[in-house]
Design a protein around this ligand. Sequence first.
Ligand code: SF4
Length: 366
Amino acid sequence: MEFELGPIRPPSETHSLPVRVTRNCPWNRCKFCRVYKGQKFGLRSVEEVKRDILSAKAIQDKFLELSSKSGCGGRLTKIAASAFENTSSEAVRSVANWLYAGGRSAFLQDANTLIMPVDDLVQVIKFLKETLPSITRVTMYGRSKTAAKRSIEELTRLREAGLSRIHIGLESGYDPLLAFMDKGVTAADHIMGGKNVLASGISLCEYVVLGLGGVKMWRDHAIETARVINEINPEYIRLRTLAITEDMILHKEVDSGNFVRLTDEQIIEEEKLFIQRLNCHSDLVSDHVTNLLQEIEGRLPNDKDRILAVIDRFQALAPIERAVFRTGKRFGMYNNLDDLNDPGQSEAVERVMARLGQDGEKGLNN
Ligand code: SF4
């Protein structure tokens, strides 16, 4: 009762059943990404994926059996919670987590599931929904380049089979930056890919990376990304903030001076410009721990002023308060600006700053 799992999924898919349809990333060259480095891309066969789906069903059936025997009358929540706590099998934990949340959603891994031949993908999605009928929502990652090559008819077939949403890493809409980062797509690809997805009736979530432009390109990154997003008009825009680790190609660019990071406060300025330029009808979501201001969230255009007011509020703080907030957020002690009103928390953050030897004017950056 095991099945294969890929390494990641978006935070919004935490409770989705992961179904690995392809392995790793067919592009695998983006300088800011380390997830699949050194791993070879591969398509899995439909039969292989079907066997995994049957394994997930076997685990679900086992839970149902345990639930009946233990007098829970087939209710799965309690059994799933207990299994989640007591197993070392990632597959069993995934099914338990999925059932605990209601068993309604599945996420097809890995980085660009859209590259799978459409006939095969249709078979997989149909089999998934037939085998696990509680699933009403199926999502996956896809690259803009691939979505731009798929016809609206092909994408419509996927939607009719049951595909609900595609998550696309747009990252930036500025061509020189996309080229520098070796993203392998252009702004035109992003626009065409996004429009194809929406025309097929599949929901679209575009991810934007704050800070990606660095000191040299931040302004164009903000302006051009907003332009591209406006043209696509996706249902969701999700924000991530660039975090550079040693195993990224981008780290070498930092070492050689080719890429100079923005400070947290400069990233907020970039974020402000980006949001100011948005005139789309989308949900803006900041659901990632890397983002300094996670309360930036709302429906555009109606909530735009309220969202920008969050940035104004941060920028109007005294330098020492901004430093305290940055430090508290980066150390996981604060979630949002209101946490600054908690004197106990603020004292704890100031103690951390004292230990770090910071002067309170500079605070933490990156
Ligand atoms: S396409 Fe996505 S998964 Fe692949 S290297 Fe780029 S960012 Fe990473």
